[in-house]
Design a protein. Structure first.
Length: 153
């Protein structure tokens, strides 16, 4: 099953990829490498589950935000490529989690993103990852994630 077919099977419609709001591009390709800028967990124009994980929101809510963030990253990639079916390998997720003082489960939050990528791409979704705790993120987002993929010509 292709990634596009898997999204349909799961009833997931990718949002329209938003334009950059400053002096950067939301997604770029060089050779066979595509990278997104840091994505946020927007859903219908609002940040999903805003706040610090481990204080204002739970680990489960943070993982849900991470999953939503990856959906937005995939929308950026599809906007650039025309189809997610061109992705041959998900290479890396770089994740930042807005964390309460003493919170140390950033990797559990990022599992929301990692598990979803593998669900969509199968073995081609297995990737390297960082899960870094930070004190603040733009718009009080629970997480921000950049996605790196390899694509077919």
């Amino acid at each position: 099953m292709t990634p596009e077919e898997k999204l349909v099977e799961l009833g997931i419609e990718l949002p329209v990829a938003p334009s950059a709001v400053a002096n950067y591009v939301p997604c770029i390709q060089t050779g066979q490498l595509v990278m997104t800028a840091g994505q946020l967990p927007f859903l219908s124009g609002e940040i999903l589950n805003p706040g610090k994980v481990g204080c204002e929101i739970t680990v489960e809510q943070g993982a849900e935000a991470a999953r939503r963030t990856i959906i937005n990253g995939l929308a950026q990639i599809k906007s650039l490529l025309g189809s997610l079916d061109r992705v041959t390998q998900v290479l890396r997720l770089e994740g930042f989690v807005q964390s309460a003082a003493g919170f140390q489960q950033q990797s559990v939050v990022m599992n929301g993103a990692s598990d979803f990528v593998v669900e969509i791409f199968g073995d081609a979704g297995r990737h390297t990852r960082t899960a870094i705790g930070v004190s603040e993120l733009p718009l009080n987002a629970a997480c921000q994630i950049s996605l790196f993929v390899e694509v077919a010509d």
